[in-house]
Design a protein around this ligand. Sequence first.
Ligand SMILES: Cc1ncc(C[n+]2csc(CCOP(=O)(O)OP(=O)(O)O)c2C)c(N)n1
Ligand code: SF4
Length: 290
Amino acid sequence: MESKDLGTTQINTWCPGCPNFGILNSVKEAIAELVNEGKVSAKDTALVAGIGCHGKIYDYLNLNGFNGLHGRVLPVCFGTKLGNPDLTVIGFGGDGDTFDEGVSHFVHACRYNMDITMMVHINQVFALTTGQANAITEKGFIDGSTPLGQGEKPINSVLLALELGATFVARGYALQAPHLKEIMKKAILHKGFSYIDILQPCIVYHKHSVPYLSKNAYKLDETHDISNFNQAIEKAREWDYSYEKDTKVPIGIFYETQRPTFESQWPQLKQPWHTVDRKPNWDSITREFK
Ligand SMILES: Cc1ncc(C[n+]2csc(CCOP(=O)(O)OP(=O)(O)O)c2C)c(N)n1
Ligand code: SF4
């Protein structure tokens, strides 16, 4: 398989130069490589997307899936995985989608450790609706909805995922696509809940993040021990999603550990639903009511 086989004929309506193209190319290459390595099957990969600029990725990937409601990527991922645990389930959310409308689902996804991968496009605004501040926007950000400046500090999404117990936590940068692709491959293969925080600066409504991130993003190297939780927390605290100071922004895998997945702990799920014989014997079921 070539990555172009995962493309579609839909007209792409992202702004020319949007870093979402980097995410699209990375995920196509990651999945094509995993298919060629015999590690996943494209036919058994299910894609779930939210509503927003990020959600359009659903139209541009030739995979099965479901484009759901704003903020509800994770519940659809859960249902898909529970319906057929053999599927490789990948969710794409916006930062507003995931940390505003859908934040409670994120909390429980990290706790549950269901075997799914969640990729969140971090552009620090509600981009599709023209750039309002969201839960990851830095304090002081001025736009039409916050003309006097955003008052609250942003959520540190990597730190949140770690504290909530996600078993794979990483950050990628959409403008460093080969590095992002490698993170995606590892996240998809990880058994448990994988979270990737993907820095995806919106070049229309949050354009100051491009020069900042391009200058300050640096790759975690082998001195970072991904099995060390405290080190991961320390790295996550290096950048607080603000732009006041010139702070280094780590990208790469922060943390990976193993613990039982949600689906492995429920005896009812040991036999996947999709293999159950669904031809009920109506006579015996209704006999006592006759
Ligand atoms: C429940 C609900 N609330 C609000 C909206 C309106 N809405 C559509 S897209 C969007 C912004 C999406 O922002 P984000 O999730 O950050 O994704 P981005 O566009 O930045 O990729 C909003 C608020 C909606 N469709 N549904
Ligand atoms: S509005 Fe921003 S996030 Fe949306 S397509 Fe344009 S550049 Fe990308």
